[in-house]
Ligand binder design. Structure first.
Ligand code: GDP
Length: 298
C-alpha cells in the first residue's frame, strides 16, 4: 500500500504542490484565485466542484484570518470534496449460500480485463473463492488475456466459443461458480460503446440471465483516468444504461488528473471504490479519500 501511495503521490503531486504554492503567496488576490481555479480545472476537478472549493477556501481563509494553516484548510476541504462518507466497500459475496456476481463494465481499453484479474488477485489474497467469466466475446484477445490472468492469480476462467453470446458465457460462469461453491463470480463484459439503448439491451440481458442463478452484488464501471472529460461522457451513457454501484478509476499512475475522482463521483453519484495504479497484479487499491488527499499534498 505504501508503494501504491508513493506512486500516486508522484503522479498527483503536481496538483497538490501547485495549490499549496499558490495559497502560500503573500497576498491572495484575484489573480491568485484565478490561478487556483485554473490549476483545479486542469486536473479535471470539473467546473462546479472547482467553484465550490474555491468559494469555501476564500471564505475560510478570510474568516479564519492570517494565522490559518492554509495546508490544513486545503486538506480538510479537499477531503470534504472527495466525500469520505460514501460506502466504498465491495460487496463480493451473495446470499443463501450463492455467490455474489460482480459485473465489470466499461469501454474497450479502459482496463476492464486487467481489473477483473486484479480483483481476482485481491479475492484470493482474502481467502475468497472466485471464478471469472470471459463474457467480452467480441474481442478474441480479451478472452485470452483473461485466461492468462486466471492462471496468474489462480482463479478458474469460464469461456465460451469465439463470438458466443456474452449473456450465455456469463450464465455458464455463474453456473460453474454455483457448482464449485465459490463466493464470487467476476464477469468481464463486452465494451463496445454503442448507443444507450444497445448498451442497455446487452448489459440488461447479461444481468437478467445471471440473476436467474445468483444475485448481482456489484456493477463496477471501469473508467480510464487519462481520458478526462471524454471519459465522463461515456460514464454517463453507462450510468443510464445500467445500475452502476461503484467506479474503478484506472491508470491513475499515468495521469496527473486525479481531480477526475471528484468530477466523476459528483456527476454519477456513485463512489470510486478502487483505483488502478499500474499494469501488474497488485496494482489495484481500495480508494481512500484521506489517503488520496494526503498523496496529493505530498
Ligand atoms: P479492456 O479493453 O477494458 O479490457 O482493457 P484492458 O484490461 O485490456 O487494458 C487496456 C490497457 O490498459 C492494457 O495495456 C493494460 O495493461 C492497461 N491498464 C489497465 N489498468 C491500468 C492501470 O491502472 N495503470 C496502467 N498504467 N495501465 C493499465
Amino acid at each position: 500500500l505504501q508503494r501504491l501511495r508513493q506512486r500516486l503521490a508522484r503522479s498527483q503531486g503536481g496538483l497538490g504542490q501547485g495549490l499549496l504554492a499558490l495559497l502560500s503567496r503573500d497576498r491572495l488576490d484575484e489573480d491568485t484565485w484565478e490561478d487556483i481555479e485554473d490549476t483545479l480545472l486542469t486536473a479535471d476537478v470539473g467546473v462546479a466542484p472547482t467553484q465550490e472549493l474555491v468559494g469555501r477556501l476564500r471564505t475560510r481563509l478570510r474568516v479564519e484570518g492570517g494565522d490559518t494553516d492554509a495546508r490544513q484548510v486545503l486538506r480538510e476541504e479537499l477531503v470534504a470534496l472527495v466525500d469520505p462518507e460514501m460506502d466504498r466497500r465491495l460487496q463480493v459475496t451473495g446470499t443463501d449460500g450463492r455467490p455474489g456476481v460482480v459485473l465489470v463494465v466499461g469501454v474497450n481499453g479502459a482496463g476492464k480485463t486487467t481489473t477483473v484479474g486484479k480483483i481476482g488477485r485481491i479475492l484470493v489474497a482474502e481467502d475468497h473463492r472466485a471464478v471469472m467469466g470471459a463474457a467480452d466475446t467480441f474481442r478474441a484477445a480479451a478472452v485470452e488475456q483473461l485466461a492468462t490472468w486466471g492462471e496468474r492469480v489462480g482463479v478458474d476462467v469460464v469461456r465460451g466459443p469465439e463470438g458466443s453470446d456474452p449473456a450465455s458465457v456469463a450464465f455458464e460462469a455463474v453456473k460453474h461458480g454455483l457448482e464449485a461453491g465459490v463466493d464470487t463470480v467476476l464477469v468481464d463484459t463486452a465494451g463496445r460503446l454503442q448507443n444507450k439503448q444497445g448498451l442497455m439491451d446487452e448489459l440488461g440481458k447479461v444481468k437478467r440471465v445471471v440473476e436467474k442463478l445468483a444475485p448481482v452484488t456489484e456493477v463496477l464501471l471501469v473508467l480510464d483516468a487519462t481520458t478526462g472529460q471524454n471519459g465522463m461522457v461515456q460514464a454517463r451513457v453507462f450510468r443510464e444504461a445500467v445500475d452502476v454501484t461503484g467506479i474503478v478509476l484506472t491508470k491513475l499512475d499515468g495521469s496527473a488528473k486525479g481531480g477526475i475522482v471528484v468530477a466523476v463521483q459528483r456527476e454519477l453519484g456513485v463512489p470510486v471504490k478502487l483505483v488502478g495504479l499500474g499494469e501488474g497484479p497488485d496494482d489495484l487499491a481500495p480508494f481512500d479519500a484521506e489517503a488520496f488527499v494526503d498523496a496529493l499534498l505530498g
